[in-house]
Every structure is written in C-alpha cells, then in structure tokens.
Design a protein around this ligand. Structure first.
Ligand code: PNS
Length: 169
C-alpha cells in the first residue's frame, strides 16, 4: 500500500453536538467550517427525554442531513447519555463548538474541561461568524411563532418546516 494509509495516518474526526431544534445558519456555518478542517464530521443530535422540542429528533436529523449533504463528509446521528461516550464509540478525539459571545464562554469552558477530564477528548472553539452572533434556535422559534421573518437565519428547508409546523395548532 502506498500513500498516507501506509504511513499509519488516521482519519481525522470531529463532532459538532447540539439540540438543533432546529438547525440554524449559525450551526451550519460551524459545521461547514469543521468539515473543511476534518476528514469526517459527525453532527450529534442530543436526545433529551426531559424536554420535548418543536421538532422530533428524526425530523431534526432529516433537516440536518438535507442542509449538510453538499459537504460530503458530514454524518448525522442522534445520541443520549454522555457526549464523551458517543466520541469513544466512534473514535472521535475532538468536539467542535461555535462561540457566539463571552456569555457562551463560562458554560462552554466548564463542559470542555469536564469532557476532557472524563475521557481526554479535546474541545475546539470556532468564533461564530458575526452575522450570526445573536442567533439561537430558541430565538428563531420565538420570532417565527409570532410571524417574524427568519428567512435570513435558517436554510430554506428549515424555513419551510418551521412554517408548516407553526401553522398547526
Ligand atoms: O444545543 P445545545 O442544547 O446547547 O447543546 C448542548 C449539548 C448537547 C452540547 C450538551 O448538553 C451535551 O453535550 N450534552 C450531552 C450530555 C453530556 O455529555 N453532559 C456532560 C457535559 S460536560
């Protein structure tokens, strides 16, 4: 065998975890940038039994698959339990997160340090594109619920799904 495989190089994997209820342009920006840095990027959608979201987990996964299909190296899966176990099972050494503002930092630092202490997994922070520094799934849902325009904040497939979901009682 010739090439990188014969030299013992490994596939470089990372995970972008979150609730993604639903995925926004801010999430997508981070996933796209991670996909250019790593060979394989997993998007891990957390199953939170205590909190019912607007979209079912399978709907969130389907939307993420649609909007990340163009990258070719992005896989989308759900998980419950610890993120570090998801990483261990798939041989993923790095978690990639977007940082929007200083207000994100305290909690993200705690999680990064806890995850590193639990299993040695590293967390890498990418500064969010300033266009999306105020953006969150919760705000998108709130604005859309009251008829506000979120078309510049989410991919078209997500906008269509939001419009459909919110017109039902
Ligand atoms: O989009 P969110 O809701 O801000 O994502 C939070 C998420 C999923 C990244 C975080 O809650 C998480 O990693 N949960 C998995 C459970 C876990 O591993 N907890 C210990 C973290 S130190």
């Amino acid at each position: 065998m010739t090439g990188p495989e014969s030299e013992g190089s490994q596939v470089r994997r990372a995970v972008c975890p979150g609730s993604f209820d639903p995925i926004t342009n801010g999430h997508l920006d981070i996933i796209a940038r991670a996909s250019s840095l790593y060979d394989e990027v997993y998007v891990a959608v957390m199953i939170n039994q205590a909190k019912k979201g607007l979209f079912e987990i399978e709907e969130r996964i389907e939307l993420i698959r649609q909007v990340t299909a163009e990258y070719g190296n992005v896989r989308v899966e759900s998980f419950h339990g610890l993120l570090v176990d998801f990483c261990k099972q798939r041989d993923i050494p790095a978690i990639v997160k977007g940082l929007r503002a200083v207000s994100d930092f305290d909690y993200e630092l705690q999680m990064a340090q806890m995850n590193n202490g639990l299993s040695g997994v590293e967390t890498l922070f990418i500064p969010t594109n300033p266009t999306y520094s105020f953006l969150s799934s919760s705000l998108v849902k709130e604005v859309a619920t009251w008829g506000g325009d979120v078309s510049h904040l989410v991919p078209p497939q997500v906008l269509a799904a939001l419009t459909e979901r919110l017109k039902r009682p």
